[in-house]
Write a protein that binds this ligand. Structure first.
Ligand code: NAD
Length: 510
């Protein structure tokens, strides 16, 4: 173990202290947290019991009853302060994301920037929770829509965006008048503790926010289940695997709670004959290898036209062979560690299955000598397939890019849409007809369809989410805020008559 590795738990401790997390929140408990960078255990968190979780949700419900009556622009002021506190803590929180989730520093900091961006968006939104005025068929009547706070918003998040996902939800939920209860991934609870410590500073500066407005539950899936089943939780935003969504969705449906499901992806890109290949190569490299292939929007399937395949794919193989894999804190590293052994084994199984189907596999091997045997570094894998079949049809949460040669755009779009997930997608082309075909109703069936950029790296301004087994939820920008509010249609009669709609008559006499 290197000197740097030996000091990692101490470095994490210093960071948590600087961020304002009490030591009791991450020492002496039963939830062990390890850094994927070294495999070292870096903290032991006390876990929330089911009874404590229920009490936290009850506090959030009481907070909601107060918060819903605070004017929305005033609610926005809290989110503005949260954005300020995040700016002040950006370097430290970004570094903690690196140490706990293994992201390279620019991606760790980028994740915090995403939190700041959504706070800015939500502050503006706090003055724009507009309803419509609607023409009525009745004289001297007015019809309108009003939007009201919904209740407690539950958030369940995944390890790979340990802080941004909370903020996408919380910033909107807070301006919409909801309270928020968060169950982060059991693999990345330290960044959640730090985020709540930052949020507490914003709450203190705000002054009169109700206690219980922002609650945190630390634990495994059983604590997530408490959030799923509690009747106070009116909307649950659940980010994670499709398997998680399959377990959670029916339970929410059975009590008619609203679900924002942000589940797995199996994202693809199509490279057409007219593509700018230099740009395409860079776009693919970031989308497929960035975050060590552990983004929900990671590029996993690549369809390359026959006419450019033999130019592009060998260049791609060269990039895969030389990209720097290693400790994310080492300058020049682009690909950090996998989260854990299970991720490594899942990757090796998918590669073995591919080989059994006759695929050519470039890379994919373990890179030793970076840290202890408990840390899992791999060279990203480029897998040339003969056919769109086998493990390519499912999401393996690791840096594997499957490549398939195609002859016609129609065939590529068919393959593109022939998987369960429907999150993000791209086409690389300079041909306007191909670009438009890809974005048309008969083109990509995903929630996100891009042209000449890869499928990953979304901005907060757009609605984020996907179709099919990705769950259909939308969060972040555009009109995603509507999921955190309830809509009322109001009809007001300012006449002295009582005309009924559709000409119905109901005469009760004099
Ligand atoms: P995971 O499904 O293992 O866990 C996600 C969260 O769900 C964790 O907090 C976990 O404790 C909780 N959980 C799991 N089962 C549950 C249950 N039955 N009831 C309540 N809570 C439960 O996912 P992961 O390994 O942390 O993350 C990787 C997965 O997340 C990938 O599939 C990735 O594509 C997906 N993801 C999707 C998005 C998106 O926006 N679509 C974003 C990030 C990650």
């Amino acid at each position: 173990m290197s000197q740097a590795n030996a000091t990692l738990p101490a470095e994490v401790d210093q960071l948590l202290q600087r961020l304002g997390v009490p030591r009791a929140a991450y020492t002496g408990g039963t939830l062990a947290v390890r850094s994927p960078i070294t495999g070292d255990t870096i903290a032991h968190l006390p876990q929330t019991t089911a009874a404590e979780a229920t009490r936290a949700i009850a506090r959030a419900q009481a907070a909601f009853l107060v918060w819903r009556d605070v004017p929305a622009p005033r609610r926005g002021e809290l989110v503005r302060l949260l954005g300020e506190e995040l700016r002040a803590a950006k370097v430290d929180l970004g570094l903690l994301v690196t140490l706990e989730a293994g992201k390279v520093p620019s991606e760790g900091a980028g994740e915090v920037q995403e939190m700041i961006d959504i706070c800015d968006f939500a502050v503006g939104l706090s003055r724009q929770l507009y309803g419509m005025t609607i023409a009525t068929e009745r004289a001297e009547h007015r019809m309108m829509e009003t939007w009201h706070p919904l209740g407690v918003c539950g958030v369940i998040s995944a390890f790979n965006f340990p802080v941004a996902v909370w903020c996408w939800n919380a910033a909107l939920a807070l301006v919409c008048g909801d309270s928020v209860v968060w169950k982060p991934s059991e693999k990345t609870p330290l960044t959640a503790l730090a985020t709540l410590a930052i949020a507490k500073r914003a709450l203190a500066r705000f002054g009169d926010a109700p206690e219980g407005l922002l609650e945190l539950l630390i634990g495994q899936r059983d604590i997530g289940e408490v959030l799923v089943d509690d009747p106070h939780v009116k909307v649950l935003s659940a980010t994670g695997s499709t398997a998680m969504g399959r377990a959670v969705a029916p339970r929410l449906a059975s009590r008619f709670a609203r679900a924002i499901l942000e589940l797995g992806g199996n994202n693809a890109a199509i490279v057409t004959p007219s593509a700018d290949l230099d740009l395409t190569l860079r776009g693919i490299a970031f989308a497929a290898m960035g975050t060590a292939g552990q983004r929900c929007t990671t590029l996993r399937r690549l369809f390359v036209h026959d006419s450019v395949y033999d130019t592009l794919v060998p260049q791609l193989a060269k990039v895969y062979a030389k990209v720097q894999v290693g400790d994310p804190r080492t300058p020049g590293t682009l690909v950090g560690p996998l989260i854990d052994r299970a991720a490594f084994e899942g990757m090796q199984n998918a590669l073995d299955e591919s080989r059994a189907l006759g695929a050519t596999v470039h890379g994919g091997t373990r890179v030793d000598g970076i840290a202890s045997a408990d840390a899992f570094y791999v060279r990203p894998a480029l897998v040339e397939l003969h056919d769109h079949a086998g493990p390519v049809l499912r999401e393996t949460f690791a840096p594997i890019l499957y490549v398939v040669r195609y002859q016609s755009l129609a065939q590529a779009i068919d393959w593109h849409n022939a998987v369960g997930a429907g999150l993000s997608s791209s086409i690389f082309t300079l041909n306007m007809r191909e670009a438009e075909r890809f974005m048309a109703s008969s083109g990509s069936d995903c929630g996100i369809a891009n042209v000449n950029i890869g499928p990953s790296g979304a901005e907060i301004g757009g609605a984020f989410g996907g179709e099919k087994e990705t769950g259909g939820g939308r969060e972040s920008g555009s009109d995603s805020w509507k999921a955190y509010m309830r809509r009322a249609t109001n009809t007001i009669n300012y006449s002295t008559a009582l005309p009924l709609a559709q000409g119905v008559s109901f005469d009760i006499g004099e």
